[in-house]
Design a protein around this ligand. Structure first.
Ligand SMILES: [Zn+2]
Length: 298
């Protein structure tokens, strides 16, 4: 039986373990959803979501569920790839223009805007120049919310991930000052996402991605296959598994990264009380019930 929403419950809500975007009634998230639905029957305003990733597939692996949901609801989604020089990795070297074209074609298909900085692989450096370049994108895009790599992603993951995590957080928090005292207005609601699942990653916000997971897996497979055009990457990137996520749904091949996303989403779903979830770590002080992310995925 649904629980009535009241002020005492608002006070009891903690920031941690907050689930949003669930279809049916489910705990705190559902009560907040019911409250919002009662408050407003009009369509929510169009928001801008900026997703920053070190590499060309990071945004889609870490926040693919949110990206697909936001586009479906008509929001503007901008993806920033900090590494844009493909001549520096032996997997992409020699195919620079093809990689960029494929990347752009995928962005058009997804309905997102892609931007690039020109760093090479493992060349993203934690310095003022890189910080300013990311801050310039933030000021230009004027996001309502921003997501980026986890600064603590150090186990096994490329070092670019953690450096982008540090710099993106700093850029979103202080872009106006970093760029010399600008007067600009944008949202500072921000989240870290997970790519290489880490033992220490402790998310506090979960969104239900069960309705969009097949599309996310397909996108991740696309990027893995782009790497797999290089012979040495073919065996490393392939699994023989396929998956039919929903009864009556399409049978999807599972590349190595598609498989990791599927398994991570199932574990996060189990923690959040749904089948498949995407999890983030909030990095701003906004209180539960006032987060724009909630409005975007509802
Ligand atoms: Zn990466």
């Amino acid at each position: 039986m649904p629980v009535e929403f009241n002020q005492a419950m608002i006070r009891d809500i903690k920031r941690r373990d907050f689930l949003i975007g669930v279809g049916g009634l489910f705990g705190i998230g559902a009560n907040l959803a019911a409250l919002r639905a009662a408050e407003s029957t009009s369509r929510p305003p169009r928001r801008t979501i900026l997703v920053i990733g070190a590499h060309y597939d990071d945004c889609e692996i870490g926040a693919g569920g949110l990206i697909v949901k936001a586009v479906k609801k008509g929001h503007r989604v901008v993806l920033l790839n900090v590494v844009g020089d493909y001549s520096t990795w032996n997997v992409t070297k020699g195919r620079e223009s093809r990689i960029r074209e494929q990347n752009e074609a995928k962005a058009r298909e997804m309905g997102v805007e892609k931007r690039y900085l020109n760093y090479g692989y493992q060349q993203v450096t934690e310095n003022l120049e890189t910080l300013k370049k990311i801050a310039e994108v933030v000021v230009d895009v004027k996001p309502d919310i921003t997501l980026f790599n986890d600064r603590n992603e150090r186990e096994r993951a490329p070092s670019d991930h953690s450096i982008v995590g540090v710099l993106a957080e700093q850029a979103v928090r202080n872009a106006d000052t970093i760029l010399g005292g600008l007067t600009v207005s944008y949202g500072k609601e921000m989240y870290a996402y997970e790519i290489d699942p880490q033992r220490e990653f402790r998310p506090d916000v979960f969104i239900d991605i069960g309705d969009v997971l097949p599309s996310v897996i397909e996108t991740i497979n696309f990027f893995r296959k782009l790497n797999g055009e290089v012979p040495r990457f073919q065996s490393a990137g392939r699994t023989d598994a396929t998956i039919k996520i929903n009864p009556g749904g399409e049978e999807l091949p599972l590349t190595a990264w598609g498989e990791i996303k599927l398994c991570t989403a199932r574990v996060r779903g189990l923690q959040a009380g749904v089948r498949f979830a995407e999890a983030y770590k909030s990095l701003d002080p906004q209180t539960v019930g006032k987060r724009l992310l909630e409005q975007i995925v509802q």
